[in-house]
Design a protein around this ligand. Structure first.
Ligand SMILES: [Zn+2]
Length: 154
């Protein structure tokens, strides 16, 4: 193979600070990254898929949900992950955007809180050994759903 880019990456094995399930929407990527850093999550196993936690709360099919559960299981197995962060975000296209909630951010936030709660229930049921925390990302910041088993780390 031909080397086309040079970059030194740390080769040491690691313990993941958290498995993080979030949407692939580019608009929230930096907020998620900054938030994780602020929380001391420097080595996350990122599970980045359309809809984020929706894949557990309201999956399009069993395959989607099972695939994501398997990713979480692999993070726990391979990187000794003890925490799972579940995320969804405002104006997510997989929910039909903010428009699906009549343009009402409060209505949207209430719906996502329920969704995140359902996703957390599923993770807790499948992996009782891990802590679960849920976050809703908006264009103004990151909101905890208030039912997290993880308190402020930083
Ligand atoms: Zn999205």
């Amino acid at each position: 193979m031909e080397k086309v880019f040079h970059f030194d990456s740390p080769p040491e094995p690691y313990v993941a600070d958290a498995a993080v399930l979030c949407c692939f929407d580019q608009r929230i990527r930096l907020a998620v990254y900054k938030f994780l850093q602020k929380r001391g999550i420097l080595r996350p196993d990122m599970i980045v898929v359309a809809g984020g936690a929706k894949t557990l709360a309201s999956p399009r099919n069993d395959f989607e949900r099972d695939f994501i559960l398997e990713q979480v299981r692999m993070s726990i197995l391979l990187h000794k992950t003890e925490r799972v962060f579940l995320m969804s975000h405002s104006d997510c296209a997989t929910y039909g955007g903010l428009a699906a909630f009549g343009g009402d951010p409060d209505k949207e936030a209430r719906h996502h809180k329920q969704e995140l709660g359902r996703a957390a229930e599923l993770i807790r049921g499948k992996f009782p050994e891990v802590q679960v925390a849920c976050f809703f990302i908006t264009f103004q910041g990151v909101f905890a759903t208030g039912e997290n088993s993880i308190e402020q780390v930083a």
